[in-house]
Design a protein around this ligand. Structure first.
Ligand code: NDP
Ligand code: HSE
Length: 437
């Protein structure tokens, strides 16, 4: 079984190392030895340390490597949309098995890859694309295919989980926690993809596609990052017995016309400390899957890092190797349900709103009236004198309201109207709440 490895960076170098270190075991598990036919990189002269591989295998000609007749499996660990998409489409159409960790490409144009795999009757595996080492996609794609998944809630970005965990533990603001994450090597020099939620949104699209048998792309995912989360928000959450996490949530439901549909979103949210995802700290990932018959399932582990991600890539290489030897294919894409993706306004959420208000008669009634006008039911109200609540900043009182579940559009409109209310001096914090109802 001959492999073309595309990319030899953080993940690729660990793939190459593991292929070398475990060659005998891998050969025994597959039933044939694995051999690296070539490794495509951008810079031939780059120092690759003591990588146990013949330097002659490196090339900058990825296209030529993929086309070679003696290449059976293409392993793509480069990233980005192009040229990765063209490489993989060509490889799949030519009947070569593909293993990729490229979540950005799968979320942007997974359809092109799945169509090419169908055309070439080839395998497409991408376990490493979501939540690194955690075996998650295969359970969704195979083990749970007899069940009906209703909801997937996950922490799928390690960098932002590290930042939010640090803010929770130390009371630090976002900028300070990001600085620490950068110093420790969790955040990249340009952290935009992580902190603005693009990385999590790509993973959310992949999870939703598998869970709901529907093609969901990055553009279908409502995305909010964590850059606006303040130390005051974190303190507010703590006062409620909650913590803040960047969640990816993919859920079944019905749309405004009563048709079954899905909503897919990524945003920071408060979750109770008793929720299984609340204890996921540091740069770890975890995904909570709810299915009709299986009930709740939790997947936890390292979502990033060279070796952890390479573990998932190697698992896929073994799978495609076995399939090729047996002359069979992996289950192909399952998108038969073709459910509509609901706009964010129709997603059912709960809000936690912390208001700085004047402490005088009629204020609570006026505030409650705004919620009532938008058909939003209040679950709890707590009022404290200013200064005793984390959000208190020299105002008369702090009013903390948590709602029941309502359409996000109604909740957003409520907050908008509250901003214009005379009795409300300012809105100290607005956060969605998940997992408590
Ligand atoms: P790196 O930036 O560390 O490595 C990228 C590699 O691709 C480098 O070896 C680079 O070559 C090579 N490369 C870049 N452009 C080209 C090109 N045009 N032709 C040939 N080779 C090229 O990325 P990572 O290893 O971190 O990530 C790889 C993939 O894995 C991405 O899709 C990423 O999203 C995914 N992933 C990464 C995780 C992680 O923890 N890092 C976790 C999960 C998924 P050179 O070495 O010469 O620069
Ligand atoms: N940047 C990603 C993270 C890497 O922080 O989780 C894994 O996809």
């Amino acid at each position: 079984m001959r492999l073309a490895i595309l990319g030899c960076g953080t993940v690729g170098s660990e793939v190459v190392r593991l292929l070398h270190e475990q060659s005998a075991d891998l050969a025994a598990r597959i039933g044939a030895p694995l051999e690296i036919a070539g490794i495509a990189v951008r810079r031939l002269g780059r120092d690759r340390g003591d990588l146990p591989v013949d330097p002659e295998l490196f090339t900058t000609d990825a296209v030529g490597l993929i086309k070679r007749d003696d290449v059976d499996v293409v392993v793509e660990v480069v990233g980005g949309i192009e040229p990765a998409r063209s490489w993989l489409v060509d490889a799949l159409r030519a009947g070569k098995s593909v293993v990729t960790a490229n979540k950005a490409l799968l979320a942007e144009d997974g359809a092109a890859l799945h169509d090419a795999a169908a055309d070439g009757r080839a395998d497409l595996y991408y376990e490493a694309s979501v939540a690194g080492a955690i075996p998650l996609l295969r359970p969704l794609r195979e083990s749970l295919h007899g069940d009906r998944i209703t909801r997937v809630t996950g922490i799928v970005n390690g960098t932002t989980n590290f930042i939010l965990s640090a803010m929770d533990a130390t009371g630090a603001g976002f900028a300070e926690a990001l600085e620490e994450a950068t110093e420790l090597g969790y955040a990249e020099a340009d952290p935009t993809a992580d902190v603005e939620g693009f990385d999590a949104a790509a993973k959310a699209a992949i999870l939703a596609s598998l869970a709901f048998h529907t093609r969901v792309g990055a553009a279908d995912v409502h995305r909010e990052g964590i850059t606006e989360v303040t130390a005051a928000d974190v303190a507010s959450a703590q006062a409620m017995g909650c913590t803040i996490k960047l969640l990816c949530i993919a859920a079944r439901g019905v749309d405004a016309a009563g048709r079954e549909s899905v909503s897919v979103r990524v945003h920071p949210a408060m979750i109770p400390r008793s929720h299984p995802l609340a204890s996921v700290g540091d740069a770890y990932n975890a995904v909570f899957v709810e299915a009709d018959a299986a009930g709740p399932l939790m997947f936890y582990g390292r979502g990033a890092g060279g070796a952890a991600t390479a573990s998932a890539v190697l698992g896929d290489i073994v799978a495609v190797g076995r399939n090729r030897l047996a002359g069979v294919r992996a289950p192909s894409e399952s998108a038969y349900a073709d459910l509509a993706v609901r706009p964010m306004g129709e997603a059912l959420t709960r809000y936690h709103v912390s208001l700085d208000v004047a402490d005088k008669p009629g204020v609570l009634a006026a505030v409650a009236g705004v919620f009532a006008r938008h058909d939003v039911s209040i679950a709890t109200v707590r009022q404290a004198p200013a200064g005793t609540e984390p959000a208190g900043r020299g105002v008369d009182a702090v009013l903390v309201i948590v709602t029941h579940v309502a359409p996000d559009a109604a909740l957003a409109a409520t907050v908008e109207e509250l901003r214009g209310l005379d009795a409300v001096r300012s809105i100290a914090s607005v956060l969605r709440v998940e997992g408590g109802e």
